[in-house]
Unconditional design. Sequence first.
Length: 383
Amino acid sequence: MPHVPDHTQAPAGERALSLGQYASLVAALYRGRFQAEPWQDFLSELRALCHPCLTVIGLRLPTPGDAGIAYVGGANYSPQDLMNFANNYSALAPLVDLPDGDTVALDDLIPRSQLRRTVYYNAFMKPFDQEQIIGFDIQRSGQVALFVRLIRGHGAPDFGARERDILELLKPQFRELAVWLENGRSLAREHTLHEQAFTSLALGTVMLDAGLRIVHMNSVAEQLLKDNTSIARVAGKLRVMHHREHQQLQQAVAQLLTDSTQAVPHVIPVERETGRSPLFLTLRRLAQEDSLDDIQHAALYMTDPELRQIDQTPLVMDAFGLTPQEARLVIALANGGTLEGFASDTGISKNTARTHLYASFRKVGVTQQSSLVSHVIRAIYGL
């Protein structure tokens, strides 16, 4: 446990938290990810200490079309409630884009008398008896990775030094938690992808080392190897029967494992017998922290267009670091859709769709829609 800041050593009546309270909060924070209702113990303890009407811990801020990921202590909100907030109010919310690690109160940004005249207050805050908000954001790679909010209603005491001190004590732990969650997120997506592939029988997943030794593969990959004479498992290694294509596989794996800057997956079409479409192999480098040992591995996805039934959203999210809504947009464009059609189908404005498009440009590393579509098609279909 890290050193507790000096102000916790003040006389008992002046401490923000006792050591016992601090230890209990930290323990609840780290076990929260594994609870049936995530972080409810932590949120409950924080409410008891700070006496707000609501406590919130979140992993992704809501935006129009995306409910985000947030857990609330002191109220029950349905998924539809969260989506309604994202679509109707998130763009108006004043406590967003906070400086990394800075504790900010709504009162710091706008006088309460002025707040009460805003659309956001009268349409959202007042009906839910929300008057005061205070919290902080923790960023990773320039994006919000975790956020905490304390919320009090009309007539409640003002947030003061004690609440700010408690939040200050928690920041180092939230930074550590953000790193831990980030390291586990890609592995979690991998497991989700395996599960979806198993269910849909559409995507085989193989984990390879530098020598093409098969470290792990799912049942879909095993079935595809049995059903296709052009690729096989030979002496524990993956082997493509056509020499040129096997050389491509060797070179792609070697490049992925030696060049950490490679962001776009490699795609290799494997020819099959006349009359059948190619079997596509999509390769990407696995992050070192996702490995169970010290050996760098590559992930290979075997896609059979004749069996393609899987939702490709997780693969595109994983390949390019997109949000779910951004991934769905670029997949729609790759399938011949339009920005206007996507906005209409998903119930968001064209401007919001365009924001998702520009964010996708930045993450994929392109400046034109045609290039974006090309990259995504290569990742999904290998064309």
